[in-house]
Design a protein around this ligand. Structure first.
Ligand code: KG4
Ligand code: ZN
Length: 345
């Protein structure tokens, strides 16, 4: 089955063509980052307008790169939520129009479901596994028993990890979004230079909290005469990143042990972080666990990631009605299971 997938939950307009929920034929992402950077964050109204302008050429490019045409597409997938409601509605309306015009079945996919299944497009991981979803809006640990069978084990009680990276980058004058910039500076800094707190590590649970850590960085910076530069800036970035990474690794390990899961998948934009990839890989090797990260292009927002769940749902005969609505807030546990739930390797 040839699926055309569309994603527009935040500030990336994306379209992809995927065969049989496994083979990526094209994966086009048009980022709006430059537009939002000058505002220090995503402006929802501007995001919606830009999605509207970009979708038509992004879809054309995805079809062209895949060497196919709309006539050959057999199903449409779209991010239904969670995300910015206006932005989601642009993608959803586009997908519904295509499905209606071509008489194609439609699958509405949960954005985080896309992230935690993206790995199946590259290096398939057998179910069940533990998924750490780390993005600008999520820091969640899920048990994944199959497509549509997710249990939330832990979550952030305040800021998401990506949000913490972005807020710290902003207060350091590194611009928006700052995760990748902190990652780059952290690589040349000393992670032990400043002892930032490891939030909630002492508690016997698998929840996260990053807002106190962000405040600790703010207080540290306020006590300095000027914003740190050069080596001091690199040391600060490395110390902050080390606190985030240690918390993510230790809680992930705790959850894997509690659930007796031997496989871990790290997904979402923050899964690009080199410090996280290195530490998680070392921890997994020490504990004899398997850890998998999608390649960077499949970690950040993209449309190909939606095709894994969409393919399974469309094959099971699911077809969303054309009055399907977008949902800004949507716990992953409420995603309906594909019938029958797709389990096994
Ligand atoms: O998954 P994603 O592209 O969009 C959301 O669904 O939120 O994640 C975006 C987040 C941003 O907060 C961004 O700063 C962060 O991922 N990010 C990183 C890195 N690359 C992107 N954070 C840390 N290190 C990176 N290398
Ligand atoms: Zn995302």
């Amino acid at each position: 089955m040839l699926i055309l997938a569309l994603e527009s939950s935040c500030d990336e307009t994306a379209a992809a063509v995927v065969r049989d929920g496994r083979e990526i034929l094209s994966n086009v992402v048009a980022s709006q980052i430059d537009t939002h950077a000058r505002f220090g964050g995503v402006v929802p109204e501007i995001a919606s307008r830009q999605h509207l302008e970009a979708f038509s050429w992004v879809i054309d490019e995805a079809l062209e790169k895949a060497g196919t045409t709309l006539e050959a597409i057999e199903g449409v997938a779209v991010t239904r939520g969670p995300g910015l409601i206006g932005a989601l509605l642009v993608g959803l309306s586009t997908a519904k129009a295509l499905a209606f015009a071509r008489n194609l079945p439609l699958a509405g996919v949960h954005h985080i479901e896309g992230h935690i299944l993206a790995i199946q497009l590259e290096k398939p991981v057998a179910y069940p596994y533990l998924a750490l979803a780390v993005s600008g809006g999520h820091t969640h640990l899920y048990r994944v028993d199959g497509i549509g069978a997710y249990t939330t084990l832990g979550r952030t009680l305040d800021d998401a990890a990506g949000e913490a990276f972005d807020k710290v980058a902003k207060l350091l004058g590194l611009g928006y979004p700052g995760g990748a910039r902190i990652d780059k500076l952290a690589a040349i800094g000393n992670p032990k230079a400043i002892a930032f707190p490891r939030p909630l590590l002492h508690r016997d649970n698998v929840d996260f909290s990053f807002s106190g850590l962000k405040t600790a960085v703010l207080n540290h910076v306020r006590a300095l005469p000027d914003l740190p530069q050069g080596d001091d800036l690199a040391d600060l970035c490395a110390s902050f990143q080390a606190a985030v990474v240690e918390t993510l690794c230790r809680k992930t390990l705790r959850a894997a042990k509690a659930e007796k899961l031997e496989r871990i998948v790290v997904a979402g934009g923050v899964a690009c972080n080199r410090g996280l990839r290195t530490s998680m890989t070392a921890m997994a090797a020490k504990e004899k666990l398997q850890v998998s990260f999608p390649s960077p292009a499949l970690c950040g927002d993209n449309a190909a990631m939606l095709a894994v769940a969409a393919d399974a749902r469309l094959r099971a005969g699911e077809n969303e009605p054309l009055d399907l609505n977008a949902v800004a807030s949507w716990p992953l546990d409420r995603v309906s299971a594909v019938s029958p739930v797709v389990v096994g390797g």
